[in-house]
Design a protein around this ligand. Structure first.
Ligand code: 16G
Ligand code: MG
Length: 900
């Protein structure tokens, strides 16, 4: 019996060490994470692919390097089994085990265990075929993968840069070559040839449809679509957009199938392209998802998602089967997930059997195999049609009795060739849709009117551990945490045609909430409320927020010129409203949703005796993004000093009184963070206040009481003016007093005290935590001469024309990702336990807060504060943004002054 090639494995594995502190998981879509962390994973997957092939007697295994619809910095890898289907579940476990072996020795040990347990005969040959998408991290990752093939002695065929479905096709074509089930020529050309000739046969003699606009997501689908277009010739004209595969950062950015589905809007880049009445579609980054859409006569956007595709296609196939006289012999069924729109399920189940399965292609694929013809689509646009071997055989051998039967039969046979039966395939699905539209003479409008989607909303609640959520009934009901489903049911009953479900994601630590109802407002409301139930459940389970990533975001603008509020709040794609939604409850990645409270406070541009000098404050407890009043006001109000805050409930109820900012006279205040175990010091804090200040407080949050304490620290709360020094001193006293009270109570958990205060002229903002070892909630600043939109879609940047600071912004998370002229990011991080002061004359100072939690910069501990605490509480600006801006953390950009 052959042995593992230990020397080769050892030597090559040493070149691809596993990063410590990272855990990898082979999830529903293989391994997927930041591309630059995946070198060792790739190598090990290469070895595993070889073993899988040996296990299957030398059948060719596919390896695809892609992160699909994710943004460019991510990458991923997944294995494809010999018939072109997803890797067998038991091997997903092997993949995870191997990827996490900490050392080369441990990796080789784990390999030996797999060989032994899976009874792999190592003398068998190993064959693999691999491909990658257009991501810049692809070539290096493929090199690591190739080392893996080499180490296990696999013969490997490089399929180059191509789509995921083409790779699946190749696997099946290679493994069936020369058999009676030959799937097609095993090349990309063979695939194009097969699809295009089936398409031409299917539309022969029909009036050609108008050209189709395709949004290629700036990904590999662009290259494939160019080739396909040549093969299709005049049979279908394709107009390709978003084909910039080499433009950095363009991939899936404000375009592509996932963007369309999650934001339910037109990719901005197509706004000037698409005409009313015209139909278009979006592919995702590896071209295995498809979303159609069209603009109606009034130019309104309508989305035709996976459910609509399933309805169109299934009804067409049923008709053909009937017309071919095979109604009794061939049963067509549809497979959906809980995400399928209720209206689509109703439409389909009135016509044919419908099964609901848990999310994830493999579940749908397997369920579809149980039908003679199984149509499966996820609402997100991934899907295909499977013809069972018996059905294919029947279609090829059946003798029609009439010319009409013969035509229908011919169409069905051609469909078996047109459809990629290994996996969802955007291009093949697109041709399928075009065939049906051609046969039916449907425009997008007629297709859309098959049924009317119930308005729906998808939000997510970020959690530290999604495993407490367990579901049943194809993820439609929660069994754990106990009691939560009953609360959801009670809520859902109050909405007309309401439906909602909660499921843990299979790909990230979030819980997803889906809701639908008869109106958009009701669907939003239901989603938000169910999200709130999930959130409250986590809060009550954990007592404090340790296991819930909450979010509060704020932004401060101070400028020599007034800013139109919309440039700060509603228009930038990374405004705090969007960030808020990103952080906690979000309609997948791109649309904001946060209903826990929003507030904006601003001062007048010029002084008016009658209006007074106090700020105006607008607060709301409805989702900020959905607040048309806010959107309208923001377009018409200008101010030189603005505070804005989006809140997630950490304590206190959902009420206007609890929304930041608060004001008293000229003073305005807001907070990002939380005072640890506040209820234990609340009474003590209150007893310190004068009656006047005590009665100022209307809400019940720690933040508002901290504001009251701040007011009580001012020498004269009614003064006409406050010097910067007086405000600073009051702020320091507030923090010191809170620390004193928590310490007296023996509270050991740190408090996060990022406070901001202004009197309309000076601004003081703290980045503070009562700990010497933990990092405070994040806080950033940016300054420059203009803050403006440089690219459509709300992409803003700060420009610095000269050295003057006309604008200073402070925010809990950067609002832009651009780098300034000096190649420094727009945003710089404010240091922990420092205070930033903007003087009336626009000087910007960073001053350390010197107390027992101050760690001088000379102490190495200053650089080693832990991030777990603030991160667990949800107050650390996450992931890629930190990467972009991280270089500022050790850049001393601001003058550091000693306290006055
Ligand atoms: C993966 C699945 C996709 C599913 C999605 C759900 C495959 C190839 N892909 O992308 O089908 O819709 O996960 O993600 O299976 P979620 O579990 O995070 O909601
Ligand atoms: Mg994809």
């Amino acid at each position: 019996m052959a042995e593992l090639p230990l020397e080769a494995l050892q030597n090559l594995a040493d070149l691809h060490p596993k990063p410590t502190n990272l855990h990898f998981q082979y999830g529903t879509a293989g391994f997927r994470t930041l591309g630059n962390t995946m070198d060792s994973v790739m190598f090990r997957v290469g070895v595993l692919a070889g073993l899988r092939s040996k296990k299957l007697d030398g059948k060719t295994i596919g390896v695809m390097v892609t992160a699909s619809h994710n943004l460019e910095p991510d990458n991923g890898v997944k294995l494809v089994d010999p018939r072109g289907e997803m890797l067998e579940a038991a091997w997903e476990v092997h993949a995870t085990t191997l990827a996490n072996a900490p050392t080369t020795a441990a990796f080789i040990d784990a390999l030996s265990t797999v060989v032994k347990n899976a009874k792999i005969d190592l003398s068998k040959p190993a064959r693999v075929v691999y491909a990658r998408d257009t991501r810049p991290s692809g070539p290096a990752l493929v090199a690591a993968l190739e080392d893996g093939f080499k180490a296990i002695g696999a013969s490997a065929r490089d399929a180059g840069v191509t789509t995921t479905p083409v790779l699946h096709y190749l696997v099946r074509a290679i493994n069936t070559k020369g058999t009676k089930n030959e799937y097609g020529d095993d090349s990309e050309e063979g695939y194009m040839q097969k699809l295009s000739s089936a398409f031409k046969k299917l539309v022969a003699g029909k009036a050609a449809t108008p050209p189709l606009v395709i949004d290629c997501a700036n990904g590999v689908g662009a290259q494939a679509a160019v080739k396909l277009s040549e093969y299709l010739g005049d049979s279908l004209k394709l107009i390709l957009h978003n084909t910039a595969t080499t433009t950095p950062g363009a991939l899936n950015n404000a375009c592509g199938a996932d963007f369309v589905k999650t934001s339910q809007k037109l990719p901005p880049s197509l706004a000037s392209v698409l005409n009313p009445g015209q139909r278009a579609c979006s592919l995702d980054g590896d071209a295995d998802r498809l979303m159609y859409f069209h603009l109606d006569d009034r130019g309104l956007f309508h989305m035709l998602d996976g459910d609509k595709i399933a309805a169109l296609v299934a009804a067409f196939i049923v008709e053909l089967v009937k017309a071919a006289g095979l109604e009794e012999e061939i049963h067509v069924g549809v497979v959906q997930t809980a995400y399928a729109n209720g209206a689509s399920t109703k439409y389909l189940s009135e016509r044919l059997p419908v099964t609901c399965v848990p999310t994830g292609v493999k579940h749908l694929h397997h369920a579809a195999e149980r039908y003679d013809i199984g149509v499966y689509f996820e609402a997100n646009g991934h899907g295909t049609v499977l013809f069972s071997p018996e059905t294919t055989e029947k279609l090829n051998t059946h003798q029609p009795s009439t010319p009409a039967q013969s035509t229908a039969l011919g169409h069905l046979v051609n469909l078996t060739q047109l459809i990629n039966q290994t996996v969802g395939d955007a291009l093949s699905d697109m041709l399928l849709v075009e065939v049906v539209l051609t046969h039916k003479s449907y425009s997008g409008i007629e297709w859309d009117s098959l049924y009317h989607d119930l308005p729906n909303r998808l939000v997510k609640v970020v959690v530290a551990n999604r495993n407490v959520f367990k579901t049943e009934d194809a993820e439609r009901r929660l069994v754990s945490p106990p009691g939560l489903q009953q609360k959801i049911d009670e809520l859902v009953r109050r909405y007309e045609s309401g439906r909602a479900f909660v499921r843990p994601s299979g790909t990230e630590d979030v819980v997803r909430v889906y809701a639908e109802a008869t109106t958009r407002t009701q669907a939003d409301d239901l989603a938000f409320r169910v999200g709130g139930l999930v959130y409250d459940e986590l809060v009550s389970r954990a007592f404090n927020l340790a296991c819930v990533v909450s979010m509060c975001r704020f932004v401060i603008y101070k400028g020599t010129k007034p800013v139109q509020l919309c440039h700060l709040l509603t228009r930038p794609c990374h405004s705090i409203i969007n960030q808020a939604f990103d952080s906690r409850l979000r309609l997948d990645r791109r649309r904001p949703i946060n209903g826990d409270g929003f507030g904006v406070g601003w001062y007048d541009s010029s002084h008016d005796e009658e209006l007074g000098s106090q700020p105006c404050i607008f607060t709301s407890v409805t989702p900020a993004w959905n607040n048309v009043n806010l959107i309208r006001l923001a377009e018409k109000i200008k101010s030189p000093l603005v505070f804005a805050h989006v809140r997630a409930t950490t304590a206190g109820s959902l009420s206007l009184d609890n929304c930041h900012p608060w004001s008293f006279g000229k003073i305005m205040f807001m907070h990002n963070g939380g005072i640890a175990e506040f209820t234990r010091i609340k009474r003590k804090l209150q007893s310190y206040l004068s009656d006047e200040i005590f009665n100022v407080v209307q809400g019940n949050t720690d933040s508002e009481w901290a504001f009251a304490l701040f007011l009580s620290k001012l020498p004269n709360v009614h003064a006409r003016t406050f010097s910067t020094h007086v405000l600073r001193k009051a702020m320091e006293d507030t923090i010191a007093h809170i620390n004193e009270m928590t310490e007296e109570e023996g509270i050991t958990e740190p408090s996060l005290m990022n406070f901001c205060v202004t009197d309309g002229e000076s601004v003081i903002a703290t980045r503070y935590i009562s700990s010497r070892t933990e990092e405070a909630a994040s806080l950033w600043f940016s300054s420059g001469t203009t803050f403006s939109e440089y690219a459509e879609g709300g992409h803003y940047k700060m420009s610095k024309m000269d050295k003057r600071e006309n604008i200073i912004m402070i925010a809990s998370e950067p609002l832009t990702f651009e780098k300034g002229k000096s190649h420094m990011p727009d945003w710089m991080e404010i240091k922990t336990n420092h205070m930033v002061v903007i003087t009336p004359k626009m000087n910007l100072l960073q001053i350390p807060v010197i107390d027992k939690y101050h760690v001088p910069p000379s102490d190495p501990a200053a650089l080693n504060r832990g991030t777990d605490f603030a991160a667990a509480k949800g107050f650390l600006s996450p992931g890629p943004r930190r990467d972009v801006a991280a270089i500022s953390s050790d850049t001393d950009a601001l003058p550091s002054l000693e306290p006055i």
